[in-house]
Design a protein around this ligand. Structure first.
Ligand code: AKB
Length: 324
């Protein structure tokens, strides 16, 4: 049977890159991007979907005879704390809508992203195991922990093939993150390339699990491609890329930009980071579907700097213009 994919939240940091990769895999005309509104000059099939509206999701699923849904729309950890009840409402309502439409319209596979934000003080800080106790301290984390259990419920009760990954902070040059606690790890590279001083909202030693975009996309596609019987975890899989602190990225950047300057001005996001793991144990993902990261801090830094330089240079005759 032909695979037709619907990506909900296709304008986001991960969504925009994942949509491209899914188009390369399944063909341009078989991947429908959707979000609250199209980006300027968007190329490819795009449908406007507010995922809190179940009827709109249904309409698009029926119109294109969708067989897989990637539900990426969510309010992230830091932004979510501004309006806790709205965050809960949006994150849960959109998930229920996707699960219900998928169940009622016989969708083959659903992807639901979870996050390291599901962990809290009850979990070990180092090499946090897949089945650690979950006591998240942000609304985003609570919604993801609940979402994982609902994903498992839909699998057990209705046989819906929902698969999920707990993403660490995702670092990529292709898109910008919005509203997360790990966002600094993308912003820092933009500032380095623009040769500007970086003000970091986390402390210098705030070590967090991170992953390069290429690894995150590959993990998602490998998980979705894995035979159904290999998927033993129906809540969500830990995946580790690497772990580093702001001071360690700054040190790595200085190998290429020796004058790079960073100031530490921790805000409320530091308290969120304090409760998240330093590192993640991803043995279950490795054993069940062969997960293995490829990028370390040195290769991430080299790629980010090279690609962002190219991007700024192309966008503005040269880097000098980009800086002003
Ligand atoms: C965030 O910082 O909120 C996200 C995440 C780790 O899920 N990047």
């Amino acid at each position: 049977m032909k695979t037709i994919v619907l990506v909900i939240g296709a304008n986001g940091q991960l969504g925009s890159v994942l949509t491209q990769s899914l188009r390369e895999k399944f063909g341009e005309s078989n991947v429908i991007a959707s979000d609250l509104r199209p980006k300027d000059n968007y190329k490819g099939i795009f449908e406007t979907i507010d995922a809190t509206d179940i009827n709109r999701i249904k309409e698009v699923v029926v119109q294109y005879q969708v067989t897989q849904i990637y539900h990426l729309a969510a309010i992230l950890s830091a932004k979510g704390e501004e309006t806790p009840l709205r965050t809960w409402d949006i994150n849960m309502k959109t998930l229920f809508n996707v699960l219900e439409v998928s169940r009622l319209h016989n969708i083959d596979k659903v992807f639901f992203p979870s996050s390291i934000a599901v962990f809290g003080e009850g979990a070990p800080l180092n090499d946090t195991p897949n089945n650690a106790y979950l006591d998240p301290a942000t609304v985003y984390g609570i919604s993801k922990a609940a979402g994982e259990n609902w994903a498992q419920y839909y699998f057990m009760r209705y046989g819906l093939d929902v698969r999920s990954i707990r993403y660490p902070g995702v670092i990529g040059y292709q898109s910008l993150p919005g509203g997360g606690t790990t966002d600094y790890a993308v912003d820092i590279y933009h500032k380095a390339v623009l040769e500007e001083k970086f003000s970091c909202f986390l402390k210098e030693d705030a070590t967090l699990p991170m992953i390069f975009m290429e690894d995150a996309i590959r993990a998602t596609i490998e998980l979705m491609d894995a035979p159904k019987e290999d998927i033993k975890v129906r809540t969500s899989y830990n995946i580790a890329g690497i772990s580093f602190s702001p001071a360690e990225v700054a040190q790595e950047i200085r190998k290429l930009y020796p004058d790079f300057q960073i100031a530490y001005e921790p805000d409320f996001r530091q308290e969120i980071a304090d409760r998240w793991p330093n590192s993640i144990d991803d043995t279950s993902a490795m054993n069940d579907w062969g997960w293995k990261p490829q990028f370390d801090l040195t290769s991430i830094t080299a790629t980010m700097i090279q690609k962002l330089k190219e991007k700024y240079t192309a966008g503005s005759k040269n880097l000098e213009t980009a800086k002003s």
